[in-house]
Design a protein. Structure first.
Length: 401
């Protein structure tokens, strides 16, 4: 990699493993009635992280320390408890912070303690039939007139994405005086300190909309998005705003071509390339040898359903942001390797989704396909007994959702 400055390295793929680790830490205590412990467990995980890797030319960064400076905060609204979670971390040296990171949790698929929270998450994931004007979002109008998804609308995002962003912006952290994340950043982070915005899955989608929101709310700051496996949140006009705000090299969108989630919700008619994200890819992505809980026939019905809901309104930033802002990880379909119910090999459709979508696969693909520094990825805290399967000649650990 050519010599680059620290600021350039933050916006490139160079520290991708670091941002994936921060996104994964957001899942700490994500289920099994442990979410109440997250306010102590998550900061401990952040604080235990090693030093930031050197620059591409080998120049070491000054010695620093990780800390959580705001949050973690999760939804406490009755009926939606634990629907969303966000925290802010920083890496500081003797001279001050090198950067600050806003980290957003994805869908807690193992949520059993607060089923209302899971339902809220699914609504944020899948409520795409209606959209919310981006101008309403920037005005903090959280009870807007809903727009039926259709091509040609002004800049807009999915109703579910707008609801999720509104929830995150309503969070207040009592240990910083009860202020929200925007007010905290403005009052406590110098404009010269870059702000990374990261998350995985639903958290990746929210990282996209949060990054553009922060770019508007904090115009003097350098906002650098690094979402992983994000579904598409908005239409063409919204994507145009995003790409204008984050030119090539000022952030990266990370996706696995064999992962269903980042392929939604744009339809690309006639597409046959796996490196073009498209809802229509889903029906043929893994072949027809998966029965299990979600047989391929039901998947086809689901694809048709969401194509109808999306109504041609959505554009995927993976296809729109430009090669300098997208990190395409070339994934491969894995045939079923086990029917042992005590293991979690991909012997079902859901097992394959788990394998391709969860952070361990992203960590593996980054290490395989990018010559960037390693960084210790924490296991998903809700991991259950797992097996190891060969992937390109190397083992990949699997975890249950």
């Amino acid at each position: 990699m050519a010599a680059v400055t620290f600021a350039q390295a933050l916006g490139s793929e160079w520290y991708g493993n670091v941002w994936l680790t921060l996104a994964t830490i957001a899942y700490t205590d994500d289920a099994n009635a442990q979410i109440l412990n997250v306010v102590t467990d998550l900061p401990a995980r952040v604080q235990s992280l090693p030093a930031m890797p050197a620059l591409p030319d080998g120049t070491a960064l000054p010695a620093g320390q990780w800390s959580t400076v705001w949050g973690p905060v999760y939804t406490t609204t009755p009926g939606s408890i634990n629907a969303n979670l966000m925290y802010v971390a920083t890496y500081s040296t003797a001279s001050g912070p090198l950067f600050t990171a806003v980290c957003i949790r994805g869908t807690d698929t193992s949520e059993a303690y607060t089923p209302g929270g899971l339902c809220t998450q699914l609504a944020e994931d899948l409520d795409i039939g209606h959209m919310v004007s981006w101008s309403d979002v920037l005005a903090n109008n959280w009870n807007p007139a809903l727009l039926t998804a259709a091509p040609g609308l002004p800049a807009a995002i999915a109703h579910g994405s707008a609801d999720g962003l509104g929830d995150l912006l309503s969070f207040q952290w009592p240990l910083t005086g009860g202020v929200g994340v925007v007010d905290y950043l403005q009052a406590n982070v110098a404009a010269s300190v870059p702000i990374i915005v990261t998350g995985h899955s639903l958290g990746g989608c929210q990282a996209l909309v949060m990054a553009l929101y922060l770019a508007n709310a904090l115009p003097d700051y350098s906002i650098i998005p690094h979402p992983f496996a994000p579904p598409s949140p908005g239409n063409q006009a919204w994507c145009d705003l995003y790409t204008a705000a984050f030119s090539q090299g000022t952030g990266q969108i990370w996706w696995n071509t064999a992962d269903i989630v980042p392929n939604v919700f744009q339809v690309v008619p006639g597409n046959t390339s796996p490196t073009v994200a498209s809802l229509s890819n889903l029906s043929n992505m893994w072949g027809a040898d998966y029965g299990g809980k979600l047989p391929i026939g039901d998947l086809n019905l689901a694809v048709t359903h969401f194509e109808n809901l999306a109504n041609g309104a959505y554009v995927n930033l993976i296809n729109d942001a430009g090669a300098g802002s997208v990190q395409t990880l070339n994934g491969n379909y894995l045939p079923p390797v086990s029917t042992d119910s005590t293991q979690t090999c991909p012997d079902t459709w859901l097992g394959q989704l788990t394998l391709q979508h969860f952070p361990p696969m992203y960590s593996f693909l980054i290490d395989e396909q990018r010559k960037i520094p390693a960084f210790p990825p924490p296991p998903l805290p809700s991991a259950k007994p797992s097996c190891t399967v060969p992937y390109g000649g190397h083992p990949v650990p699997l975890v249950k959702p």
